[in-house]
Design a protein around this ligand. Structure first.
Ligand SMILES: C[S@@+](CC[C@H](N)C(=O)[O-])C[C@H]1O[C@@H](n2cnc3c(N)ncnc32)[C@H](O)[C@@H]1O
Length: 274
């Protein structure tokens, strides 16, 4: 069903206001298809009837159902290897050097973790870097707005597409293989805590504090500018002074915030809270 322009604008703006996600006019066809799926599932006759269900909360969890369809969940293990080398060969050693014997702890946050490949990759890299892991208290937090994606995270089972860029030694060490699927080993899974978070929720964002490193890659490209700015300001408050933030390779802070310093390292760049 093609949605009228008026209903498209109502629904598009409602989704934007609640999630930060923004669908340009040229994405109307894609948006319509996904909304139409929900319109049919909840047995509405029209898109405007569906809009009323959302707006007045007439069906519990309906916004979540729609969001699960509207998010782009593209991700895979070891995505953007040079950036991960920056993390593991330059940023992590620097962080480790600054921790003394009584404070052997750090917090990493994968914000917009999708189905979990990113935070598990970070856990694998941390394991390999810290030979005395048992002496450390490492929190890897992974959050997303998509509840179905979070279910996949918790299962920790992946198909061949997800593992296509995993270096062979990591595949051998950190996965078990069965019936065409790759399962992340329990010791890696135990390092990551998953949770629901809508990054646009200012109040919930204030509960994320004392982060040493934030990864928010390939998330803000789907937001409008104001929402992206709001999220980045939230990250600023979540980070410790000197903390690091990694954005996706096509993303930049230039229009979002002047509060971070862009630092060029051997393998890539990272933003630092001064
Ligand atoms: C393309 S994936 C990025 C996954 C991973 N960071 C990577 O780079 O491989 C974008 C993720 O952002 C999530 N997302 C979109 N809007 C969000 C919001 N308002 N709050 C939290 N997560 C959101 C989506 O559900 C999706 O899983």
């Amino acid at each position: 069903m093609e949605i009228s322009n008026g209903d498209f604008l109502l629904l598009r703006d409602y989704v934007n206001q609640r999630t930060g996600l923004f669908f340009e006019d040229k994405k109307k066809y894609l948006f319509d298809m996904r909304v139409d799926k929900r319109v049919k599932e909840v047995s509405c006759d029209t898109a405007s009837e569906y809009y009323r269900i959302l707006k007045f909360g007439l069906r519990v969890g309906e916004l979540d159902n729609l969001v699960n369809l509207l998010t782009t969940n593209e991700t895979y293990f070891f995505r953007n290897l040079p950036q991960l080398q920056t993390f593991s060969d330059e940023v992590l050693p620097e962080l480790i050097r600054h921790k003394n014997d009584t404070h052997k702890e750090f917090n990493i946050w994968s914000a917009g973790c999708s189905t979990g490949e990113e935070p598990y990759t970070l856990a694998m890299l941390v394991r390999d870097k810290l030979k005395d892991l048992q002496n450390w208290n490492i929190q890897i937090l992974a959050t997303d707005i998509d509840r179905e994606a979070l279910e996949e995270c918790r299962k920790g089972i992946y198909g061949s597409r997800s593992i296509k860029d995993v270096p062979p030694q990591y595949l051998m060490t950190h996965f078990t293989y069965s019936n065409g699927f790759f399962m992340v080993k329990p010791e890696v899974r135990r390092m990551v805590n998953f949770g629901y978070l809508n990054l646009i929720d200012k109040i919930k964002m204030t509960t994320f504090r004392d982060m040493d490193i934030i990864f928010c890659r390939n998330v803000l490209i789907y937001f409008d500018l104001d929402s992206a700015r709001q999220v980045v300001n939230g990250f600023y408050d979540s980070l410790k002074p000197g903390g690091y933030i990694f954005l996706g390779h096509s993303e930049s802070m230039s229009r979002l915030s002047a509060a971070f310093k862009l630092v060029r390292l051997k393998n890539g760049t990272v933003y630092v809270k001064e």
